[in-house]
Design a protein around this ligand. Sequence first.
Ligand code: 0CG
Ligand code: SF4
Length: 324
Amino acid sequence: MTSTAPASGRASLRILLANPRGFCAGVDRAIKIVELAIKKFGAPVYVRHEIVHNRYVVESLEAQGAVFVDELDEVPEDVPVVFSAHGVPKAVPAEAERREMIYLDATCPLVSKVHREVERHQGAGRHILMIGHAGHPEVIGTMGQVPKGSMTLIETVEDAETIDPTDPEHLSFVTQTTLSVDDTADIVATLERRFPSMITPKKEDICYATTNRQSAVKAIAEDCDRVIVIGAPNSSNSRRLVEVSEKAGCPARLAQRASCLDWDWLEGARTIGITAGASAPEVLVEEVIEAIRSHYDADVAVEVVTTAEENVTFKVPPILKDIA
Ligand code: 0CG
Ligand code: SF4
């Protein structure tokens, strides 16, 4: 734990800063892919879906020449397109190939790994249960790796209790990478009890970054009066950090950046926890700390609470290697 001690004599406020927080290796790589693609091919470079779920990141890339769209049919034929970090159904690159487009896949390698697991299970004739949240692009992408009907989405323990598969002897499961570690363990335990012959992976698919950020926020939550999670409402991993903090007993809220802080909600807090989702840049953490410093007429001590060290990095696709 490192700390910046407050000057004496004035009211003091403590900020506990969770570590790890913020950018993961998959987000870092995805952003780099867009930046390098602009450098290599020139602007505009189209991006299908927000490259990561963060407005600040999206706007910074737009300023460099990226154009964000929802679907491939909005992309002109003769410009490169990048697929977001969350992954895409197989039909998307297939359509890009049919149209002879230049496309770059920024799917996180840890999501691609789940795509391959799904294909393997389907090839082995197993029905696949996907633990995840309906409508999330990662879930759409992962379920889109195999023909319709090969997978069933499980969102809750109740779903796990009530699902009635046609062939319970040939089941397997995968998960979204950004789920709550604890909630997923309950769902998996329910499925394992009901379907003892289900193929269980050695380790579930929740990624290292999700796991580490949840442990770190848990570690600060019990000592905080409020926890601010810097992240967007459509960011699954950021929303899970709010839930983990609240389950650990500390009220928590998402804030996209300093201008979104709810000062009434923070009123009276003497210790404020701060973390950031995997898609939230550190500059926004600094902005929030600065806003807290200038809002309160108090000395602010910032203590970093470290629960894990991270050293994961991912390479960019070969097509960008010459300028990386
Ligand atoms: O947490 P999700 O999957 O919603 O994505 P986000 O862009 O917030 O962060 C990591 C990735 C990809
Ligand atoms: Fe990859 Fe995990 Fe980051 Fe998602 S949150 S991009 S799976 S490292």
